[in-house]
Write a protein of this length. Sequence first.
Lengths: 318, 263, 291
Amino acid sequence: MKILRVTNLTKKFAEPRRTFFGRDKSFLKAVDDVSFEVDDKEIIGVVGESGSGKTTLAKTVVRLYEPDDGRIEFMDVDITHLNQKQLRPLRKHIQIVFQNPYLSLNPRRKVKDVIEDIIKLHGLDGTVSVDDALQAVGLPKNYGNRYPHQLSGGERQRVAIARALVLKPELIVADEITSSLDVVTQMGILGLLKNIRESWETSMIFVSHDLAVVNHISDRVLVMYAGKVVEEGITREIINNPHHPYTQALVDSVPDISGNWSPKYNYEEKDSSSIKGCRFAHRCPFAFEKCYTSEPPLIQLAAERKVACHLYEKNGYF
Amino acid sequence: MAKLLKVQDLTISFQQNEVVKNVSFEVERGEILGLVGQSGAGKSMTGRAIIRLLPSSAHVSGRIIFKEHDLLTLKEKEMRKIRGKEITMIQQDPVASLNPAFKVRDQITDIMKLHLKLDNKEAVNRAKNLLNEVGIPNPEKVLLKYPHQLSGGLCQRVAIAIAFACNPSLVIADEPTTALDVITQGMVVNLMKKMQQQFNTSIIFITHNLALAANICSRIAVMNDGQLLETITSKNILTESSHPYTRILLSSLPTLRRGSENT
Amino acid sequence: MIVMEKTLKGSSLNSLRSKKILVGLVIVTVFVFTGLTAPYIAPHDPNKQSLRDANLPPAWVEGGNPSYLMGTDSLGRDIFSRLLHGASVALYVAATATFLTGVVGTILGIAAGYIRGKIDELLMRVVDIWMSFPPVILAIALISLLGTGINNVILAIAVVDWTRFTRVVRSEVLAVREKDFVASARAAGFSTNYIIWREIFPNILPTIIVLATLEMGIAVSVEVLLSFVGLGVKPTTPSWGTMISDGLSYLRTSPTMLMFPLLTTMVVVLSLNLLGDGIREKIDPKLEVFR
């Protein structure tokens, strides 16, 4: 059984345009026709720049938003249009952790209260204790008595993870949870997540703008651009052999300490939401006529690789 | 050859809290020095101390010797002649670092009119050329835009153009790519390398990203908790670095290579 | 209305499109136009008395006289003409008082907010003490000292309200001076003068415009109020305030004597507030420009 199956998911927002002369209202498809699956004990990475739709995808999947189109099936249950009341029992099985640990913890509640509240809310008294939860995230027991402002950024994030873990969810969605942490703390959190996947048998969706971080933790990765998935596959394979030009640019742009880094791409970003064809065409070094007129569908290239690019279609270049 | 900049025992404190403790380093002419450290390490403060743009509540001691003058002893009026002309700064948030009420053209020409005493026509011409240098395809159009109409990457190019407009000896780049996506970061880094070579400017590149610094800077000064721990050459960063903190930093870097040194 | 909407859509004022601004702007424009042209378009001399034509109802009511559109007051003066001239008075007071308050408030607000230090401390202390006087009493005390009359009304408004203006401008300046682009300007070597007038001022201007618009609403209400209690304009000057006061005595017999000036005042003050609010909503706090 797949833990999560997302099919043709679309989420639109009415957004005032940024330009000075513009219509007051237009719909922006933050997530446009996205499909993917998450297996048992699998960590899926979702990588993309700001505006790619990755955060909206994360929030829609856990039903913080209601999709405008498509289907979300969690453990074979269709949760696409359930109302908040119906979703309540599900919160035990899907949890989300956010980027900013300062904002996601109530500054007036002690750590142990924060975790206990969740335990009580779902009637788990007796099965999981606050101490267990803290231990699971590598925090000493006495941290339970601290307030958020008495913890470091990394420690706060661990508390947020503990709060998510205490319900023993089958799926944890992590939305840029290490982006505001320093590099050393980040490593600790990534290690923690790997342990959790092993010991608690949790699946995860790990959203990040940082491909190197995603490489460290995810088995498979979805590369998103302007609301669409442009490439999907096994993380290692994608990094060694990126197919989509955007993925290639991404891989190329990650600085490496060995010093052999020379980012090659050189073009300017423009507002892409008004373009008819492929969203990436105006930045793509390989774009040809078809790219400007029709959107490439996400096609299966090999057993574990999907790409949305005209270059790889049967009557394309390759 | 005399060093362009010599920072000696720089200490910055607020109330009784020391945020930069006895920092000393040098910058040669034409080199890019990296100031690397995590958030709160004091690297930004150090950069701002050099251009003397710290908040008035800051207490600064030590010496900052730039071209034979101690900048900390200069009067504000004299310092203003240096800022924008000899020493310039690029900031982290490109859109926010530009005045939202004026077109790009005015922002570039103003600084040239101030320091180079150009008249309007000359200034606009030079502005157009500068925008070309920084890789902006249609400068005439961009000159007439307001910052909020431009993307982050474009704004940073404009900011770089402004920073190099008066041919400075030293540019302080304070996390110039942190707010940009990784692809745009690559472009901006290439641009800065090019400008540096073209104008033979020295750059102090402040960042929390050690891998990034290793690729742009010839030398890297590693900072933590207000102190400068060691200065190493980028080429030999893996072999030369001896401070335990640097080694921890190096081993915590997520890479695209297979596996990782820890976890 | 539709024409205006279409015009706004096409022009660069597109960003100002909003119901509040539209409604407010229309009425305020009428108000300003009337105020400026009253002496030329008023059918009668507002002070011309005619006992023969006293207490006439509006022209459309039985007994009314078409040459006195809205009827006459107890002294036979044409209410419509007095209304129009009242607009001139209100406009003059509003514009001048707002200008005074605005200039003082802006200069002091910038001085306190940008230069800070002792100037700021001193100024803020003065403002705090000043603001602790009940405003109405302060205004009335000033009038008692200087006497009534339209210019003293203006002075009274400015004397009472400069503090509010100063405070708001100061807090805006405090916010703007921390912004990155101000740091850029300082890093570029520009002088304090340049920074204040090119970096700070243009970016607090939208707020000043909002403040000024709201200030005009306040000024109109204060003038009407003071004139109503007899502490405002001289008796020979037509004011909505005195008209309301006169009309009050005849409420039962000729209610329109009260209603016309009262409603006019309310509509004008409301639309000034609407306009100010509408503009305030349209200011993008991130960009500090109109979005």
